[in-house]
Design a binder for this molecule. Structure first.
Ligand code: NDP
Length: 277
């Protein structure tokens, strides 16, 4: 590595499982850019200190993952439009002693759906399960694609109601019908795309969704990757198409790479590489 090498990290807790170093190094190699990129475990109550240390060590930026995305928003001095709306940050730029916070999760999801899976969201009926940081982070990017309906549901339905209230004006501006429906009432409705943005799959917990919600013409998408979740198994048992969230992970990384280097990396070969590992 030379003096021109730029330094990046992904900060999380836990972090040992992160594929981000592998993804960013693959992008950089292909683009002919010299970087190093490491996984940094931050103590849960020391995100601010961890970021300060990286800045002192002349890092150029960092990705932020569970459970720090909301706190990273608060610690950023400036925010991109997407980060301001989500009030969550997954990409930091360190510039002139300032921290600029971005959120690339929504762009990552939409690119994976539209460019890799060829599912165009315009005029579609979408169900988004979950009301945590991941769900909130992707809503604006989905609204921009002008689906006819975006329905929110969650185990704790009050959280879906809160997000609906917060996003109502944005949904109206894109002419999208933004609903909240309880999980038990989902079988009365039709969906083209069903996205699992919960962390239930971590414990293989059942989301309690009736089989009738899935059908042969819908796509079931789980943001989780690395294993076949019970959500995807259920969808397949009802003949639905399915995808995990590996493509989203690579696409959100590609957008972060663009923010840092102004180079758009090829993503398909990296997705292929990770799937074959
Ligand atoms: P949060 O902890 O913020 O939110 C968790 C959500 O999952 C809440 O809606 C919660 O419901 C729900 N949930 C948790 N356990 C259960 C359960 N047993 N049954 C039903 N619902 C449950 O997590 P995030 O939003 O940050 O992340 C969610 C998932 O998305 C994770 O698996 C993460 O790895 C993945 N992700 C993937 C990305 C990618 O690039 N592919 C990017 C970002 C996230 P309640 O409100 O009722 O507690």
């Amino acid at each position: 590595m030379t003096e021109l090498t730029k330094h990046f990290a992904v900060i999380g807790n836990p972090i040992h499982h992160s594929l981000s170093p592998q993804i960013h190094k693959a992008f950089a190699k292909e683009a002919g850019i010299s970087i190093d990129y490491e996984a940094v475990l931050s103590p849960l109550d020391q995100l601010q200190e961890t970021i300060k240390t990286l800045m002192t060590q002349k890092f150029n930026g960092a990705n932020v993952t569970l459970p720090f995305k909301k706190e990273a928003y608060v610690l950023s001095n400036k925010h991109s439009h997407q980060a301001s709306i989500a009030e969550a940050v997954n990409t930091l730029e360190f510039k002139d002693h300032e921290i600029i916070g971005h959120n690339t999760d929504g762009i990552g999801l939409v690119r994976d759906l539209e460019q890799n899976l060829h599912i165009h969201l315009a005029n579609q009926k979408i169900l988004l399960i979950g009301a945590g940081g991941a769900a909130e982070g992707v809503i604006y990017s989905m609204l921009e694609k002008e689906p006819s309906e975006l329905t929110l549901t969650n185990r704790t339905i009050e959280k879906s109601n809160m997000i609906q209230n917060k996003m109502y004006a944005h949904a109206r501006s894109f002419n999208v019908n933004l609903n909240v429906i309880e999980i038990a009432k989902l079988p009365d409705h039709y969906f083209d795309v069903i996205i699992n943005a919960t962390s239930a799959s971590l414990s293989d917990a059942d989301l309690g969704i009736d089989n009738k919600v899935f059908h042969a013409k819908c796509l079931a998408y789980d943001m989780m990757y690395g294993k076949e979740t019970s959500f995807l198994k259920q969808a397949k048992s009802q003949s639905a198409s399915s995808s995990d969230g590996l493509g989203m992970l690579v696409e959100q990384a590609a957008e972060a790479f663009f923010i840092w280097h102004q180079v758009k990396p090829q993503t398909k070969s990296v997705i292929h590489l990770l799937r074959s590992n």
